[in-house]
Ligand binder design. Sequence first.
Ligand code: IMP
Ligand code: MG
Length: 182
Amino acid sequence: MKAMLNDLEKILFTEEQLAEKVKEIGKQISEDFKGKNPLLVGILKGSVVFMADLMRSITIPCTIDFMAVSSYGDGTTSAGAVEIKKDLSRNIENRDVIIVEDILDSGVTLSYLVEYMGVRNPASISIVTMFDKPSGRKKEVKARYKGFEVGDEFIVGYGLDFAEKYRNLPCIGVLKPEIYKN
Ligand code: IMP
Ligand code: MG
């Protein structure tokens, strides 16, 4: 943990702040989807930590699935193209789909996924994202639920990586520039 924390310039959100926010979102989703059985679709790999916390803060019945897509290389900027690496494991027809994403940045990934799932006749599609980086937006995407807005900086932790590292950091931090410039 110390080695990872050493690579951070600053901590943006503590473990406690993240946990509190996820509880709020879970409560809201439980109210909004009462009497329904929403399908949470986590986008791998970044959403795993958020997904694990969020599903346990949802107090109504729900099911989960995952998709894996890639729009990023190992760097910190979007490549612009989306490739499906793992598809949905079940039909989403007539389901209330909630896409669970770690961070909404350019919107390329989510706008693609909304379109991709939209043609499969779900009852509804909503987006929940733990972080929103409005400054990065290239495609218009609206998240129904969001945790925190972040500025134009690259964040890691709570599932979010830089070159596959730091996903297991329990807090959210900003990397020292020398880490990603190397
Ligand atoms: P978008 O398609 O540009 O909205 O990118 C979404 C994906 O880019 C996220 O699921 C993340 O994997 C990655 N990403 C965007 N910004 C950050 C960041 O600040 N830290 C880590 N990953 C990020
Ligand atoms: Mg990533």
